[in-house]
Design a protein. Structure first.
Length: 493
């Protein structure tokens, strides 16, 4: 009898779809597609963003100091994940995840169009704001919609998220390759335009497939009373006015952006945990699971503060130090960012198969998080073999090997983190728990931008060694705490 009930639950979760997508609910293909094209546009644009900011005007860049440019990129990346709060709140309280996902994709496309058409600083400001807010709304809700395709105990769940993660990395692979090629041949704005085209393709395919998504993806789990909507609108307008005034009076500057995003993210995360834990709608099991998420949140932030340096320190390193010569032709800097997705594409299926085969015998989520953070620290240690070298001193194969280790660490944390955030989520805060995971990414990404300002080739051995050691220590501490964390998870692994 229990098997029959489970099958009915799974059919309900997948919208009654009998056809499958690589053994998963067919509707996974719809979300897979929009996320793939969104990542194509996102990583394609980000692949050329940093060098656009610090390249000289003669080289078609904006001529911003390198340290400031790195801080801006880190702050922008943090803002993307910080804005998942807004996207998740709108989903849980006003519109539902599916509708927020659709309109967020529209906003992202508008942001890439702005970067392509508006010259100089205005294009960067308008474009990055739109992409940040749109990406935040899409990311939290795409993950939440994937979660609605499965029951809590469906053994396909982690494998499904790994396949979903494959879509992310297909986009992440092709985006930097093609935008980088256009940037080096036609100019930066052609690269930004290609990102807009990619998002338009993703939006179109999603519009045709969204009707097959399960009814639960449209659910407003914690509706906002109509009487409170004017207050919320007033707060939103006031927040925009305050930000504009702080910019005009020089409080918010490019140099301070990373620190500001770090501070906002810490405040938002603490506030979110307090709001969720103090809610009367939580059962004792749900409250315990949220507490269990706190050490996972801290470890995740530490991991992402290293991993996201792919777009700051590793980009600068690739521009200044990496030997990018292939038979006399120097390939674009952005192409280095396509190395990691290649390994993800190869290994995500391997990891999905391993987790599926092991079933209940696979390592618990806390152990996976601990292992991923330790491996990430070891990846930074690998830079020490080439520390202190000159221009073109680091062979391409060395960078490939380092990014392979990055990938192994990522697969132990990122798809697992997306999955566990939906499994630990209280019913009333389903999408907002996903946003909490993305807040850990926001915090780590903003920290990566701040750390990048400290990077100096003259002392890079100390930089890579110290940061790697801190990550390893944090991973070991979580491994020691994992039995306690697992008890708090109340049956969730």
């Amino acid at each position: 009898m229990s098997d029959v009930v489970d099958e009915k639950d799974q059919a309900s979760a997948s919208g009654g779809d009998q056809k499958t997508f690589f053994g998963q609910p067919r509707s996974l293909a719809t979300v897979f597609g929009v996320e793939m094209w969104e990542r194509f546009s996102f990583y394609g644009m980000q692949g050329i963003l940093l060098i656009y900011l610090y390249y000289s005007v003669q080289d078609q860049g904006l001529g911003i100091p390198q340290a400031t440019a790195a801080g801006v990129v880190g702050a922008y990346g943090g803002a993307v994940y910080l804005s998942t709060i807004l996207g998740a709140w709108l989903a849980d309280r006003v519109f539902g995840s599916e509708r927020v996902l659709f309109w967020s994709a529209v906003v992202i496309m508008a942001g890439h169009i702005s970067l392509a058409l508006l010259p100089g600083a205005p294009g960067v400001i308008v474009g990055l704001l739109l992409v940040a807010f749109g990406s935040g709304g899409l990311k939290a809700n795409a993950t939440s919609v994937v979660g609605t395709l499965y029951t809590e105990k469906d053994p396909r769940r982690d494998a499904g998220f790994s396949i979903f993660y494959l879509g992310i990395n297909l986009g992440a692979f092709f985006g930097p390759l093609l935008t980088g090629l256009l940037q080096t041949t036609l100019g930066f704005h052609w690269g930004f335009a290609l990102a807009a085209v990619g998002m338009a393709i993703g939006l179109t395919q999603y519009a045709f497939g969204r009707k097959r998504l399960p009814a639960s993806s449209h659910e407003v789990t914690h509706p906002l009373p109509a009487s409170r909507r004017p207050l919320v609108i007033g707060i939103a307008v006031a927040a925009v006015v305050i930000v504009v005034l702080l910019v005009l009076f020089g409080v918010i500057t490019a140099d301070r952006l990373a620190l500001i995003v770090i501070g906002l993210t810490v405040v938002a995360a603490v506030t979110y945990f307090i709001v969720i834990l103090s809610s009367k709608q939580l059962s004792s099991d749900e409250r315990s699971r949220v507490v269990a998420f706190i050490p996972l949140f801290i470890t995740s932030a530490a991991f992402w503060s290293l991993y996201q340096q792919q777009f700051t320190v590793v980009t600068i390193y690739s521009d200044k130090r990496l030997d990018r010569d292939i038979f006399g032709w120097e390939f674009p800097v952005s192409w280095v960012q396509s190395i990691n997705p290649i390994f993800i594409i190869i290994l995500s299926g391997v990891f999905a198969a391993i987790w599926t085969k092991w079933g209940d015998r696979q390592p618990s989520t806390p152990v996976k998080f601990a292992a991923g953070t330790i491996v990430m620290g070891l990846a930074f240690f690998l830079f020490l073999f080439w520390a202190g070298g000159g221009p073109n001193s680091t062979p391409l194969l060395a960078m490939v090997g380092i990014l392979l280790v990055f990938t192994v660490a990522e697969l132990l944390i990122s798809p697992v983190g997306l999955s566990v955030s939906t499994k630990l989520a209280p019913h009333a805060f389903h999408t907002q728990m996903v946003a909490l995971f993305f807040l850990s990414v926001a915090l780590g990404t903003a920290i990566s931008g701040q750390l990048a300002k400290l990077y100096n080739p003259a002392t890079e051995g100390l930089y890579f060694g110290l940061i790697g050691a801190i990550a390893i220590v944090i991973g070991v501490l979580l491994a020691i705490m994992s039995p306690w964390v697992l008890r708090l998870m109340r049956g969730v692994r």
